[in-house]
Design a protein around this ligand. Structure first.
Ligand SMILES: Nc1ncnc2c1ncn2[C@@H]1O[C@H](COP(=O)(O)OP(=O)(O)OP(=O)(O)O)[C@@H](O)[C@H]1O
Length: 320
């Protein structure tokens, strides 16, 4: 559904060149949900603006929804939906009219536009709000209206720019449910940009991590986690037995980053769960009492941190 090779784009800022996107390769299969993750300024928005025909690439090739981006941008535009941040719905127009008008603008007949609007608003739990002006909707409802506006012409491919930014966690989870359901019902391919690692982890079949203008890693969330980081094991050990514990842990196959902590020892291994039984036996044999054992599996946050040196800025906000 998307194939891109060597996509590039630079800008000139105050007379100086900025290489925003420096040769991006992407492969997204039909029906997949793909996500762009990466720190601020990585080049995600610039890449999506190129793929959605809003910005002409400086170089490279891409086929988007079956059309060549360089030679047939209008063909691409007719076959994609795009839900940008902050400029979707109109505050003063009625919800139903907005969606129906959008459908008509895409060339649907009156009856079909009305039928599609009804179905989509019902799918997105907006039925009953048709006569309300956009400004009276809640944040989550407005995001769902934005989705309806981007999807009413049933595009095979839809781009969502930070679809749940600014929503509380309940509305966010609700919108994820809708996005996953729409993909299932309509068979759409979804390409989303997000700062929420949990969003990529929950929704995406394939994640592209961008940093400094290039894709530094691509794969399923599980593949990325397995590739980049190992499990983190924390073992509680009384102070007097720490030295012996460190010796045992350092001798374990695959153990790295062995360190002493306030309560015991900590280290990484590729597969923490299988290490626990032999570890406990070895500690016991060395006369060490393990007071607790915790295995933490890597998160996409670990992946992002390892690959880009930066954790997600928004993830920190969401904890606060
Ligand atoms: N229109 C523009 N003019 C000049 N520079 C730009 C323009 N658009 C983007 N850039 C620069 O290109 C680089 C990549 O920006 P981009 O917005 O694509 O990153 P991003 O990954 O989407 O970041 P964010 O997560 O903050 O949205 C940045 O250095 C940015 O300042």
């Amino acid at each position: 559904m998307i194939t891109a090779r060597g996509l590039r784009r630079g800008f000139t800022v105050r007379g100086r060149p900025v290489d925003a996107v420096r040769g991006v390769d992407l492969d997204v299969e039909p029906g997949e949900i793909a996500a762009f993750l990466g720190p601020n300024g990585a080049g995600k928005t610039t890449t999506v603006r190129m793929l959605t025909t809003l910005l002409r690439p400086g170089g490279g090739h891409a086929v988007v929804a079956g059309r060549d981006l360089m030679t047939d941008p209008l063909g691409v535009r007719a076959r994609i939906g795009s839900v940008a941040q902050g400029h979707g719905s109109a505050p003063d127009h009625r919800v139903g009219e907005q969606v129906e008008l959008q459908a008509r603008l895409y060339g649907l007949g009156r009856a079909e536009a009305r039928a599609r609007t009804g179905r989509l608003l019902s799918d997105l739990e907006l039925a009953g709000l048709e006569r309300r002006p956009g400004r009276t909707l809640s944040g989550g409802q407005r995001r769902r209206l934005d989705l309806a506006l981007g999807l009413v012409h049933a595009p095979p491919l839809v781009f969502l720019d930070e679809p749940t930014a600014g929503l509380d966690s309940q509305s966010r989870t609700n919108l994820w449910k809708h996005i996953a359901a729409l993909r299932g019902d309509l068979g759409m391919t979804v390409f989303l940009t997000t700062h929420y690692l949990e969003e990529a982890d929950t929704l995406a079949d394939r994640v592209f991590v961008m940093d400094r203008g290039t894709v530094v890693a691509a794969g399923t969330p599980a593949e990325l986690k397995a590739r980049v980081s190992a499990d983190l094991l924390t073992v509680g050990v009384p102070r007097t037995e720490r030295r012996a514990a460190l010796r045992v842990v350092s001798g374990l196959a695959g153990a790295t980053e062995v360190t002493e902590t306030g309560d015991g020892v900590r280290f990484r291994v590729p597969d923490g769960d299988t290490v626990v039984p032999p570890l406990l036996r070895a500690l016991d044999a060395a006369g060490v009492t393990a007071t607790s054992v915790e295995v933490r599996h890597p998160t996409l946050d670990d992946v992002l941190l390892t690959l880009t040196g930066q954790a997600s800025p928004v993830e920190v906000d969401s904890v606060a």
